[in-house]
Design a protein. Structure first.
Length: 290
């Protein structure tokens, strides 16, 4: 369905609509979590380019200040920042205070972390903390940010929430099992919530990218199937309002179709296991050599 929809709808409408919002909604502010790097930074730039004021949220105040300054000087928009670490679950009163009184038009729940290398569940270093951290950053952040922002969207009967899941949430990925499971949660959460709030004028979209060339993936040379975050986000924004669930970028939509419609799940699991075992072996060998 995902890919079919992308084939059916030429990617153009929302791009124009978002532009219009920029003109109509000058008082609004758009919120991006994990906004200082990679995909989140690109969302912040794309939205600022359309004239939106931006609320940037990440861990490091220094990096937040750099991105905010760059958006203000390049796009002449207002920016605000909140520095919090999403691996903790006691940060939400601080975020609530920072968002108080603001009209939020778009929330991009982007913040997320993955493994530093693929690993068997019981071999993950510091497993107990790893589980808590990944659940807090990848799952709790999405639910809690939505809790803070959705009531005002519901009251105004408009708003957009983009939840950045992952293609790893479309099927289990062995040796990245916790990451893959957290991203499946984000996908289910988004789709369930979209059904609840669609009739109230709110768009909630589940975004499931394959590889994008960011710090997280350590991909330095972008290719057609592993695009830069800028290219990915520009394409993804074209699908907002057209697709509740999207791979966001045409080559990724084709990959999504192959892995979920064409290939049997047993084969996908087997190839994932083999690929990640090879990556794990390479990583551990390199680490021994150092
Ligand atoms: N890249 C891909 O191929 C890919 C594919 C599928 C899905 N995704 C998803 O897309 C999202 C963005 O990924 P990315 O590749 O752009 O990641 P990235 O390049 O590593 O950027 C992550 C951003 O999140 C912030 N961040 C990390 N940990 C944080 C924490 N504990 N508290 C607050 N902020 C934190 C980082 O800023 P600071 O370090 O300054 O805090 C940075 O701004 C994630 O949800 C990821 O799962 C990525």
């Amino acid at each position: 369905m995902r890919t079919g929809q992308l084939f059916l709808f030429p990617p153009r409408r929302l791009y124009e609509e978002l532009g219009c919002w920029g003109m109509q909604r000058k008082r609004e502010i758009e919120v991006v979590t994990g906004a200082t790097d990679g995909i989140g930074k690109s969302y912040a730039e794309e939205l600022a380019r359309r004239g939106f004021s931006m609320m940037l949220i990440s861990r490091s105040q220094e990096k937040l200040d750099d991105v905010a300054k760059s958006l203000e000087s390049t796009y002449k928009v207002e920016t605000k920042t909140i520095a919090v670490d999403y691996s903790h679950d006691d940060i939400y009163p601080k975020i609530e205070k920072g968002l108080a009184g603001l009209e939020i038009g778009v929330l991009v729940n982007n913040v997320g972390i993955s493994y530093s290398y693929p690993e068997f569940f019981l071999h993950i270093p510091d497993l107990e903390n790893f589980i808590t951290t990944m659940i807090n950053v990848n799952i709790t952040s999405v639910c809690q940010m939505t809790r803070l922002v959705l009531p005002r969207m519901e009251a105004r009967a408009k708003g957009v929430i983009l939840n950045i899941s992952s293609a790893s949430g479309m099927f289990p990925v062995p040796l990245l099992t916790i990451y893959s499971s957290t991203k499946a949660f984000v996908d289910f959460f988004s789709r369930g919530l979209q059904s609840e709030y669609k009739c109230k004028g709110i768009i909630i979209q589940s975004v499931l990218p394959f590889f994008v060339a960011t710090k997280m993936t350590k991909i330095r040379k972008p290719t057609l199937d592993k695009p830069t975050p800028e290219r990915y986000v520009a394409a993804e924004l074209n699908t907002v309002g057209l697709q509740d669930q999207t791979n966001g970028y045409f080559p990724h939509a084709v990959m999504g179709w192959v892995t979920t419609v064409l290939a049997p799940i047993k084969l996908v699991l087997c190839l994932g296991l083999r690929m990640n075992k090879a990556q794990r072996g390479g990583y551990l060998r390199r680490r021994k050599l150092r």
